[in-house]
Ligand binder design. Sequence first.
Ligand code: NCD
Ligand code: ZN
Length: 345
Amino acid sequence: MSELITIKLPNDMHVHFREGNLLDFAVNATAEHFHHAVAMPNLIDPVTTYKKALKYYEQIQTVSNHSHFKPLVTMYLTGDIKEIDISQGSSDSRIIGVKLYPAGVTTNSSNGVSNIQDCYKIFEWMEKYDLPLLVHGEVNNPETDIFDREKLFIDELMLITQNFPELRVIFEHISTKDAVDFVKDSADLVAATITPQHMVLNRNDLLSGGLKPHHYCLPVVKREIHRKAIAEAAFSGNRKFFLGTDSAPHYKNQKQSSCGCAGIFSASTALVIYLDAFDKAGALEKFEDFCVNNSSHFYKLAKTDKQITFKKEIFEVQSSYAVGDQEIIPFMANQKISWSIAKEL
Ligand code: NCD
Ligand code: ZN
């Protein structure tokens, strides 16, 4: 009999469901294994208002085949967002927060923010109504070395947290030891999401022995010292760090291209990848905190009685998924992982 571990159904606090053909595929890949999931607003037509967020929520609900699944949606921060969007969003349990993309840092972020200080009035409203700020934490100066963009953004975040001490801030998909330290040293209202790729990959896994387009995401994976600090933050059980896969599907031909897209699709495999890392670190007892307790606490989310059970049995990741006449290559395609999903309730 193989070893088993059962936890409450996890929350994915950062995921990209996209639109069009991808929406149904991406939503159900997540809905199958997660209770809550926070849908990012960087669609081709970004989700910039309360009304658009509700429309996106409805689209997600319509395609979901899982009644246990509770999507949560975000609004994309632009200088045009109104106080009414913030107040309505804060009193609507389907809306979880506002996402800040510095203009041009990542996929579909051209409508993002150019000067963060211009948004201080909006942060004031968000603080007043207690609506969290989710941050893509990289500076957008194209001349800044790509490996330094997150570290340099911390100055900006420091200013935000100092000026708005009651604002809940989530440093998304952290990729550096600097970000780990910043979050640890900040007030309890500052937290971070951790992706499977930033937990298990360093930049050699992207760049050495051949370029691996399916390991390319933003923020880009960094040196081993950073990977280690991120993994240890997750394994420690510290309440400020929780699961956010940043599962971000792009079609194979857009990834395997002379100008490949940033984003890794991990929705179907992230849980066993995280679990394997926790197991190897001897931190299995903290796995449920990372997957569900920490995010439920920070975001004040209701928990579910539903559970998911994993068994220590080799699982080979599928080589690809067909979506329409296109293909999506999952994270760690064709690789063997020591854990698999046994059953969901
Ligand atoms: C994301 C995407 O493709 O939407 N890409 C990524 O590399 N993580 C956007 C993001 O979260 O930065
Ligand atoms: Zn993302």
